[in-house]
Design a binder for this molecule. Structure first.
Ligand code: ADP
Ligand code: MG
Length: 232
């Protein structure tokens, strides 16, 4: 049986010491939609994504992904981290970052094959960054770095793609390429969850929005949620 909701969270609470970052979050995110997660700095958006990905421990509450427990499916979720959280001095070439997207399907201690390298190259081409494939990742602009991460997620071929501010600090061209790709992924049946920061593009880019400030402030279709009261 397939589930209507790809992500279901019940009473998700995450504390760092005494500090509550996510407070009793209940959410159901429908399959095949592009979901936006909005909230001020420090509202707990990145933390919530990391809960979905199983990256952080001692969470209370229950998360299921496509009706399954997180432990069974975490490798099948593609993740694009917040650029500000990445150590860009790590000496690695663009094409090797993208190839990392293949490791989830390669399994433990398997070397990438020709086919994997071809898929990585194809993803670079789709994001328009193949000319930079041999560069160190640190030698790219903000928008180009984001496109590298998206290329890596494309290689992963996951049904659920979780992105932490993919449009933060990117140029107009990169934004267009990234959004076109996100819409294309949706047409291919994928579900996308994005932390977003711009109210102006919300309606054009997303189907569904969740506002959080530790807890869920508002949640629903863009028109229903984008009321003056919520924006304030
Ligand atoms: P957002 O992504 O919405 O800006 P975050 O989820 O990154 O917010 O952080 C939410 C709050 O939790 C912030 O106050 C942050 O300082 C705190 N926080 C995040 N990660 C940790 C951590 N590993 N240890 C302690 N506090 C943390
Ligand atoms: Mg964040």
């Amino acid at each position: 049986m397939t589930h209507e909701y790809v992500i279901e969270m019940r009473e998700i609470t995450k504390k760092f010491g005494d500090f509550v970052a996510n407070d009793k979050i209940n959410l159901q995110l429908r399959k095949g939609e592009i979901h936006a997660l909005l909230g001020e700095n420090g509202a707990g958006k990145s933390t919530l994504l990391k809960c979905i990905l199983g990256f952080i421990k001692s969470i209370s509450g229950v998360i299921t992904i496509d009706g399954k427990s997180l432990a069974d499916v975490r490798k099948q979720i593609a993740y694009i981290p917040q650029v500000s959280a990445v150590n860009w001095n790590f000496p690695i070439r663009v094409k090797d970052v993208v190839l990392m997207g293949r490791y989830a399907s390669l399994g433990w201690l398997k070397w990438p094959r020709k086919k994997d390298k071809e898929l990585a190259h194809q993803a670079l081409c789709e994001m328009g960054i193949e000319e930079f494939e041999n560069r160190q990742i640190s030698q790219l602009s903000g928008g180009q770095k984001q496109r590298v991460f998206i290329a890596r997620a494309l290689c992963h071929d996951a049904d659920l793609i979780v992105m932490d501010e993919p449009l933060a600090g990117v140029d107009q061209t990169s934004e267009q390429i990234i959004m076109d790709k996100i819409k294309e992924l949706q047409k291919a049946g994928k579900t996308i969850v994005c932390v977003h920061h711009d109210l102006h593009t919300l309606k054009e880019y997303f189907d569904h929005v969740v506002f959080i400030n530790k807890y869920v402030i508002a949640n629903g279709k863009i028109d229903d949620v984008l009321t003056e009261e919520n924006i304030r």
